[in-house]
Design a protein around this ligand. Structure first.
Ligand code: ZN
Length: 241
């Protein structure tokens, strides 16, 4: 993904946060003149924007922090849609399914920046390191969903990394994000081998630092895994010589 596109999306989000703070759900939607309601959506979807009516529909059954993240994501769709330069750059760089995927990632990136300022994330990393412990910690401190922190950590971490949270039995990925320079990717629902260090961390409840591969990938990463409240949080850092 182009770093220029990313920095422009981040700047758009930052501008929006400053112009419309505090970003309550109502103010989030009103900032782009959209109306907002909560209802049922098709399986696997948490929000939708209806351009004709300039209306945003959010899944009524999601937890409130997840709803706020989804809303910010839909607002990012609209902000990008209204930015002709950004839009043409995006269409020059990508097409078809790849365009869809990049657009979704950009909206996630912008939504994360709206709700959790990048500077706060960088300050936390400088103080405590690029650790998965920051996921529940920053989510609690800033009252955002853990998805938001995962996106921000992957984006801002000084060492390129894949950041994820997993849970359930058998263990599967709930959400993941990666540094723009990395190709390693794990999608929602991906499972793990029984002897995977992440499964061991989850089952023993003991944090660990080791080296590990992502499911279905060859590359070895430096892994830090942190279990808490029925979930396991992980940062897979690129190994540096
Ligand atoms: Zn989207």
């Amino acid at each position: 993904m182009s770093s220029d596109l990313r920095s422009r999306v981040t700047a758009l989000a930052e501008q929006y946060r400053k112009a419309h703070a505090p970003l309550t759900p109502e103010r989030l939607a009103a900032g782009i003149g959209a109306s907002l309601s909560y209802g049922r959506l098709p399986e696997g979807r948490f929000g939708a924007w209806m351009p004709g009516q300039n209306h945003i529909l959010i899944d009524q059954d999601s937890p409130p922090k997840r709803q706020r993240f989804t809303l910010a994501h839909e607002v990012m769709h609209i902000l990008i849609q209204q930015d002709d330069d950004l839009l043409s750059e995006l269409h020059e760089a990508y097409a078809g399914q790849e365009l869809e995927k990049e657009l979704e990632a950009l909206c996630n990136l912008g939504a994360a920046e709206m709700l959790l300022p990048g500077q706060a994330v960088e300050a936390a990393i400088a103080q405590k390191g690029q650790t998965p412990r920051l996921i529940p910690e920053l989510a609690e401190l800033h009252q955002v969903s853990e998805e938001v922190v995962i996106i921000a950590l992957a984006e801002r971490g000084p060492v390129p990394s894949v950041v994820l949270m997993a849970g359930s039995k058998p263990l599967r990925v709930y959400f993941s994000a990666k540094h723009p320079r990395l190709t390693g990717w794990v999608s929602r629902g991906t499972g793990f081998r029984r002897d995977d260090p992440l499964v061991v961390t989850f089952e023993t409840g003991l944090p660990q630092k080791t080296t590990a591969r992502l499911p279905n990938h060859e590359v070895l990463y430096g892994l830090e895994a942190y279990p808490r409240n029925g979930r396991v949080y992980a940062v897979y850092k690129v190994l540096q010589n």
